[in-house]
Design a protein around this ligand. Structure first.
Ligand code: NAP
Length: 428
C-alpha cells in the first residue's frame, strides 16, 4: 500500500470500463478529496488496444497481457469490468492470491463463485466489492451488507432485468409480439444480439442468487433456483391480466421458509397497486421485507455504462477509505452452506391458466372437475367466444402447491374438450 494513494488496474474498457476510466482520469482531484486517498489508474487490460474508445486513455496504459496487472506489485486493486465467467474468474482469483483487493461488476462470476472468492479474500486479508453486479447503479449490496444488517430478511422480490421489463411493457402497451418487442429492444440498445440470457431469465437468476446469498446469509447457487423465461407470454395475456387487475412482470423471488429458502424466477401477474406493478421500461426495482425495517423499495436504472460506473467507482471510494483508515470492510460475507432451497413442487403459488376450449356444453364441468380432483380452488374465471367452434377460457386459482397446479395444467391439456393450454403463469 502506497502512502495515501490506491493504484488501480482496470480489466475491460467497454460500456462500463470506459465510464469508470473517465471518472478516475477526469475527476481525480474530486475523488481524492472525497476518499482522502488518490485513486490512480495505472494499467488497463483490453483485447484490442487499437479499438477506438469512448474515453481518451493514454496508449501506454493499455495492455493485452493480464500479467501486466495481476503480477504488478505496485497495483493495490483490480477492477474487473470485462464480463463472462472465464477468464474473469481466474483473473479475480489470481489478483486476490497476489494480495490485491478486487472490485467487479460480474454477476456470472459472483453468482457462481462469489462465496469461494469471498472466503479466499478473507484468508488473504483483502476485500471483494461487487455492488455493480446486481441492479447497475442501485445501491443493493451495500444496503444488504450495512443498512439492513440488523434485520432477518424475510422476502426479496425484484424486477431485476431491464430488458425483459422493457419487452413486456411494449407487449402490454403496444400489443407487440415477443419477437417484435425484442427486435425493438435490440434497436434501442436494451437487448443483446442473442437475447437468451435476458428473455430466458438466466440473468435474473444470477442476480437473485447474489441477492439471496447476501440477504439470507446462505450459499444459494444459480442452479438451485427455479427458472422460467418470458417465452410463453403472448400479447393477449396482458389484456386478460389487466381485466383481472394485474400487470405481467418477470419476477425474481426469494423468501425465508422456516429453515429453508424459496428462490425462483418466472413471469408473474402482479396486482395493480403493488409497487412492482408500476416499474416501467428498463428500470429495476427491488422490494425487501425485513423483520425490523418492514418494507423497503429500491429503484433505479439497472444497467448502462454510467449508472454501473457509479457503483464501481463508489466501491473503489469505499475501499479507498477503509484502506486509508486501516479497517477491514468485509461485513456479512458469511454463507451457511447447509441452507436448503425449497423444491418448486412444494412451493405454494397461485396460477393463471389460459385455454382454448371447444364451445359446447359440458366443457366447464370437465375442466372444473380436474381442478377439484387436484384440490386446486378457482379464484376467478372468464370465458370469451372467439369463433364459432372454440372459446378462450381464463382461470386464476387460489394458492396451491406448484406441483398440483402443474399436474392440473397437464391433465386439462389432455381433455378432449380442450384444444390447448396457451398460457400458464403464476400470480403474486
Ligand atoms: N453494460 C451494462 O449496462 C452493465 C450493467 C451491469 C453490469 N455489467 C457488467 O459489467 C461487465 C462489463 O460489461 P460491458 O457492458 O462494459 O461489456 P463490454 O462493453 O462488452 O466491454 C467488455 C470489455 O472487456 C474487455 N475484455 C473482454 N474480455 C476480455 C479478456 N478476456 N481480456 C481482456 N479484456 C477483455 C473488452 O476489450 P476490447 O474492447 O478490447 O474487446 C472490452 O473493453 C460485465 O460483467 C457486465 O455483466 C454491465
Amino acid at each position: 500500500m502506497h502512502e495515501a494513494a490506491l493504484h488501480v488496474g482496470l480489466i475491460g474498457l467497454g460500456t462500463v470500463g470506459s465510464q469508470v476510466a473517465d471518472r478516475l482520469l477526469n475527476r481525480r482531484e474530486v475523488l481524492r478529496r472525497r476518499a482522502g486517498v488518490d485513486l490512480v489508474l495505472d494499467r488497463v487490460l483490453v483485447r484490442d488496444p487499437t479499438r477506438p474508445r469512448a474515453v481518451a486513455v493514454p496508449r501506454e496504459m493499455l495492455t493485452t497481457d493480464p500479467a501486466d496487472l495481476l503480477e504488478d506489485p505496485c497495483l493495490d486493486v483490480i477492477v474487473e469490468v470485462a464480463g463472462g465467467e472465464e477468464p474473469a474468474r481466474s483473473y479475480l482469483e489470481r489478483a486476490i492470491r497476489a494480495g490485491k483487493h478486487v472490485v467487479t461488476a460480474n454477476k456470472v462470476v459472483m453468482a457462481r463463485h462469489g462465496p469461494e472468492l469471498l472466503e479466499l479474500a478473507g484468508a488473504m486479508n483483502v476485500d471483494v466489492y461487487f455492488e455493480a453486479a446486481v441492479g447497475g447503479g442501485i445501491p443493493l449490496i451495500s444496503t444488504f451488507k450495512v443498512d439492513l444488517l440488523a434485520n432477518d430478511i424475510q422476502r426479496i422480490m425484484a424486477v431485476i432485468n431491464g430488458t425483459t421489463n422493457y419487452v413486456l411493457g411494449r407487449m402490454a402497451d403496444a400489443g407487440l409480439s415477443l419477437e417484435e418487442a425484442v427486435a425493438e429492444a435490440q434497436t434501442a440498445g436494451y437487448a443483446e444480439a442473442d437475447p437468451t440470457e435476458d428473455v430466458g431469465g438466466y440473468d435474473a437468476v444470477s442476480k437473485l442468487a447474489i441477492m439471496a446469498s447476501i440477504g439470507f446469509g446462505a450459499r444459494i447457487h444459480p442452479d438451485q433456483i427455479y427458472r422460467e423465461g418470458i417465452e410463453g407470454v403472448e400479447p393477449v395475456d396482458f389484456r386478460y391480466a389487466r381485466e383481472l387487475g394485474y400487470e405481467v412482470k418477470l419476477l425474481a423471488y426469494a423468501a425465508r421458509a422456516g429453515e429453508r429458502v424459496e428462490a425462483r424466477v418466472h413471469p408473474v401477474l402482479v396486482p395493480h397497486g403493488h409497487p412492482l406493478a408500476v416499474v416501467e421500461g428498463a428500470h429495476n426495482a427491488v422490494y425487501v421485507e425485513g423483520d425490523l425495517v418492514g418494507e423497503v423499495l429500491l429503484q433505479g436504472l439497472g444497467a448502462g455504462g454510467r449508472p454501473t460506473a457509479s457503483s464501481v467507482v463508489g466501491d473503489l471510494l469505499d475501499l479507498a477509505r477503509s484502506v486509508h483508515r486501516q479497517v477491514q470492510h468485509r461485513a456479512a460475507a458469511q454463507f451457511d452452506a447447509q441452507v436448503q432451497v425449497v423444491p418448486m413442487d412444494e412451493v405454494g403459488t397461485r396460477a393463471y391458466f389460459r385455454c382454448r376450449v371447444a364451445d359446447r356444453p359440458g366443457v366447464l364441468a370437465a375442466i372444473c372437475q380436474v381442478f377439484g380432483e387436484e384440490g386446486v380452488s378457482i379464484a376467478s374465471a372468464i370465458q370469451k367466444e372467439s369463433d364459432d367452434v372454440s372459446a378462450e377460457f381464463v382461470v386464476t386459482t387460489h394458492r396451491s402447491p406448484d406441483a398440483a397446479l402443474r399436474r392440473t395444467r397437464a391433465r386439462i391439456a389432455r381433455l378432449d374438450v380442450v384444444h390447448s393450454v396457451r398460457a400458464f403463469l403464476r400470480v403474486l
